[in-house]
Design a protein around this ligand. Structure first.
Ligand SMILES: C[S@@+](CC[C@H](N)C(=O)[O-])C[C@H]1O[C@@H](n2cnc3c(N)ncnc32)[C@H](O)[C@@H]1O
Length: 221
């Protein structure tokens, strides 16, 4: 394994804001913060927002600065990417941020019913061949339903025309409530949350001239 990755993995173990699945034996007992994130980690009663497949955590970090009255948790399975966000939040002593290194397919092991108020999915792999692996597929939405409140919104920002169309069509077919759709974010939106925060992957796609799309929906109402 590359040296810099090993160094990051070692440093990850020193971050008090990063929780990693391999530190817990969930066969023996449940994840200690499940149902307790507000009380035992954030030490407040503010709503919790997740960024799924957060990579280096650009949205988690930027949103936590813009919304100090909310709590943010960036989730990814790749430790070397999470290192970036966790280190930034750790060094800046950002108290409303955490990172979780897990497979999103196991997300229900880490949060209790209604513990989550909003989800952001930023530039996920579009998974053109395997629908069930798409982070907006009905299979994944069923997992999210186990932990989100009734009013929770799910936000998808993507460069993939196929994933955008797929999510829109699935939402219509399954009667999810579509709150907002923006086909071309940089042409049609003035929302600073969408136009001023760019993730690592987004910067690459924007440079290549790809259109960036956004959809916000609710699956419980
Ligand atoms: C294309 S990258 C986007 C990263 C970041 N959001 C960005 O825009 O720069 C997709 C990310 O999703 C993560 N990912 C994909 N499937 C996952 C899963 N099932 N569980 C956890 N992370 C996953 C990958 O590790 C990767 O970091």
């Amino acid at each position: 394994m590359a040296k810099h990755k090993l160094a990051r993995f070692a440093e990850n173990r020193t971050f008090t804001n990063l929780f990693q699945h391999d530190n817990y034996d969930l066969q023996k007992s449940s994840f200690p913060l499940k149902g307790n994130w507000q009380k035992h980690y954030f030490k407040n009663e503010n709503p919790i927002v997740l960024e799924l497949g957060c990579g280096k955590g650009e949205y988690t970090i930027a949103m936590s600065q813009a919304y100090p009255d909310k709590n943010f948790i960036g989730i990814d399975r790749k430790g070397a990417r999470l290192w970036r966000g966790a280190k930034t939040a750790f060094e800046r002593q950002m108290m409303n941020v955490a990172f979780l290194r897990i497979g999103i397919e196991n997300i229900a092991d880490f949060f209790a019913a209604s513990e989550i108020d909003e989800i952001w999915i930023t530039f996920p792999d579009p998974q053109p061949k395997k629908e069930r692996r798409r982070l907006t597929s009905p299979q994944y939405i069923e997992r999210y339903k186990q932990l989100i409140s009734d009013e929770a919104t799910i936000n998808l920002k993507t460069d993939s025309r196929e994933l955008y169309q797929y999510t829109l069509e699935t939402a219509i077919a399954l009667h999810w409530k579509i709150i907002e759709t923006i086909e071309d974010v940089y042409l049609q939106s003035s929302d600073l949350l969408l136009t001023t925060i760019q993730t690592f992957y987004e910067q690459r796609w924007v440079k290549e001239g790809k259109m960036i799309s956004f959809i916000k929906f609710n699956v419980n109402q």
